[in-house]
Ligand binder design. Sequence first.
Ligand SMILES: [Zn+2]
Length: 457
Amino acid sequence: MELHTFISDLIEQKRDKIIELSDKIWESPEVSFQEYKSSEYICNSLEAEGFRVEREVAGLQTGFIGSYGSGKPIIAILGEFDALTGLSQKKGVAENDPVVVGGHGHGCGHNLLGAGAFAAAVAIKDYMEQTGLQGTVRYYGCPAEEYGGGKILMASAGLFDDVDIALSWHPSTIPSIWNVSSLANYCVTFKFNGTSAHAAAAPHLGRSALDAVELMNVGVNYLREHIISEARVHYAITNTGGISPNVVQPHAEVIYFIRAPKKRQAKDILERVLNIAKGAAMMTGTTMDYTIEGVVSNLIPNTTLANVMYKSLSAVEVPAYDAFDYQFAKEIRDSLSPEEISADLAGLDKETSMKLKDNVIADVVAPLGNSVMLSGSTDVGDVSWVVPTMQCLTACWALGTPLHTWQVVSQGAMPIAHKGMLHAGKVIACTAIEIMQNPDIIEKAKSEWKDRLIGEQ
Ligand SMILES: [Zn+2]
């Protein structure tokens, strides 16, 4: 029997269990570093499948590693399970309708990501058991992808140091290989401190920290024209100093994300933003402190691994969608703007985008080389600096669905998403086994990875 059929059968046998795990995580959306239930669901499921589970790795309460097998090669499968704030949404509903107003929701599909990675790890273990294939498969339970970067902490604790290859995926709209870089990201908090005063009786005695934040933001908005166009700089004022206009605000705080294709480019922009913050403090007679909360690295692509994963993606059958899936996808699509829909097709080659132009679900695989993931940041980047890493994307949502929206949450516990998740599990498992059976792939991927790291620092 061919590998992809063997693996597909293994995963289909456990289909209900995998879907149940994903839906349980969807139903308890938990945000960064608070994924207590979600991580426990996955730990328990791994133990039930015969994995040895080490909890609270790298000092993270919700970080864990499940292992099966022994010795080399060591394959890491990366799983995420954190949700987003403010995106609570009922499933299967094609309009914005929260379960809890202002509550959390799985707006990036990490319930599927965690359970799909679990499907892959279990299928690899089952294959090893049945065929005697040697090596180690590890499921890395990685908290706080959205804010905090669990993988950054896990990587700096050395948890990936003995790993040969890392694999993962992300729920998306078009089956494809994610062999493009992502943006490096500096997350920095700026705190300004001034002096409070009565804003009418004695404004001359006050020194406004809120003025400093506003002037800093104005300065950074003028900076935009003079930085590389691929950079992205955005901020949120997290402390305005109070809600009383008649008090000069003594404390104010703003968080910045400073992103660029390379870590060193983001760092250069950060230096200039720091000068602006210092200037804002001087202008207002306040003081400024800053804290670098985290640095996410850009992804290091790997064409050797992309080719192997693309072979698996092409071999595993694209899920069969039924009339219900198409109807629901159409309803979701009707809630999207034409701009959102065309943005989803923007990174595709002409032929594929013509093929998908009028589809509501992508049922074809995008050729290798298409860059279908928009340029955000991911802490998978930090794993890719330590070990050759590759990811695929599968169709879990209606074509055009943008990330971090209620539409993602609504679809995330529906059959279309379950099918995409199982699809990803199969592709990752086939890729891992192909790699475990061919040590030369590991050597080639590592040598490409070393070459690519030169000049990144
Ligand atoms: Zn995500």
